[in-house]
Design a protein around this ligand. Structure first.
Ligand SMILES: Cc1cc2nc3c(=O)[nH]c(=O)nc-3n(C[C@H](O)[C@H](O)[C@H](O)COP(=O)(O)OP(=O)(O)OC[C@H]3O[C@@H](n4cnc5c(N)ncnc54)[C@H](O)[C@@H]3O)c2cc1C
Length: 291
């Protein structure tokens, strides 16, 4: 199948994007890497009247590593983020998650912002954003606002980005504890497919081996990626022994409401959620201990 007819505009600046979005309203869609949008248009699942191409906008493509966070421009390619060593040193979960996103070829085109705005509940980057508490900077003709990941994702393939807004940059918190470890794991039908269930975790321990901060979450088991801050908080002060980790993973899995499809039943997905959450937490703990 081929896409329905549409008009095309290549924007040269963010202000031009905002002006085009203001003019064309709901009928316009931003084109980033096209790795999700173009197939959806070809299948006629979306029929934008206007495509606003943001690929040539230099101000949307950058990686900046700062003291407490890293910032990435929305149109930064996933591959560029994966290959950035300074970023991987400060926010290692991004590189760990990107290894599971599609293929080298799709990561060379696909953008960070496109993946977040697409908001697939099984996608890896939205899960990382949710677990780390990333903040999204949104720009429109009337100004800018910031949304925390928790408020950004609204449901399957749905966000709280308003018509006329463009995701400009993403702020990824960086933990400063020396012994910080993170891990990402998932089960998919084939490597490179979207996850059936995914888990991400990050923990920090003090010199004595006690947990000072923990965060973890699950993808593919609800309408949005899920983080479990209250359950993770119960790990603080423990030595992250297997019993504590398994308890936390089990508690999180119990809170999920996965669906069933031809690949897996809800019950199997919930089982995977517990297994993968425990695996991610253990791997994160081992990395923290090894530093
Ligand atoms: C073979 C294949 C395998 C894949 N496997 C995976 C996988 O395992 N995991 C995974 O997560 N993804 C996977 N993907 C999808 C891929 O990660 C996409 O790159 C990503 O979902 C969308 O990014 P994009 O830059 O291509 O966005 P586009 O496809 O260009 O856009 C996606 C949506 O986001 C909107 N958008 C884009 N940029 C902005 C912005 N700055 N502000 C507001 N809205 C914006 C668009 O209007 C559109 O609605 C796969 C894709 C392919 C083709």
């Amino acid at each position: 199948m081929k896409a329905a007819p549409f008009e095309y505009a290549r924007a040269a600046s963010l202000s031009e994007v905002c002006a085009l979005l203001a003019t064309h309203g709901d009928g316009a869609k931003l084109l980033a890497g096209g790795q999700s949008l173009v197939p959806m248009m070809a299948m006629r699942l979306v029929r934008p009247a206007w495509l606003v191409d943001i690929n040539e906008i230099a101000e949307l493509k950058f990686i900046a590593v700062e003291k407490d966070m890293a910032r990435t421009g929305a149109c930064t390619r996933q591959g560029a983020v994966e290959r950035d060593h300074a970023l991987a040193a400060r926010v290692p979960l991004l590189r760990q998650a990107l290894a599971w996103v599609g293929h080298v070829q799709t990561r060379n085109r696909g953008t960070i912002g496109g993946s977040l705005a697409h908001a697939d509940p099984c996608a890896e980057l939205p899960l990382v954003a949710q677990v780390l508490g990333a903040r999204m900077l949104l720009r429109s003709g009337t100004g800018a606002r910031t949304l925390e990941a928790e408020k950004f994702f609204a449901g399957p393939m749905a966000t709280n980005v308003r018509p006329g807004e463009c995701l400009e940059e993403i702020h990824w918190p960086a933990w400063s504890w020396r012994h910080t470890g993170s891990a990402f794991t998932e089960i998919s039908v084939r490597h490179g497919d979207f996850a059936m269930v995914a888990a991400a975790a990050q923990v920090a321990i003090d010199g004595d081996g006690r947990c000072v901060r923990a965060a973890f979450g699950l993808g593919g088991v609800g309408g949005t990626p899920l983080a479990f801050p209250k359950i993770a908080g119960r790990l603080v002060g423990t030595r992250l022994d297997d019993a504590a980790v398994n308890d936390a993973a089990h508690a999180a899995a119990t809170e999920t409401q996965p669906g069933s499809d031809l690949h897996a039943s809800a019950e199997y997905r919930r089982h995977l959620a517990g297994v993968l959450a425990a695996r991610a937490l253990r791997e994160a703990r081992e990395r923290a201990r090894s530093l």
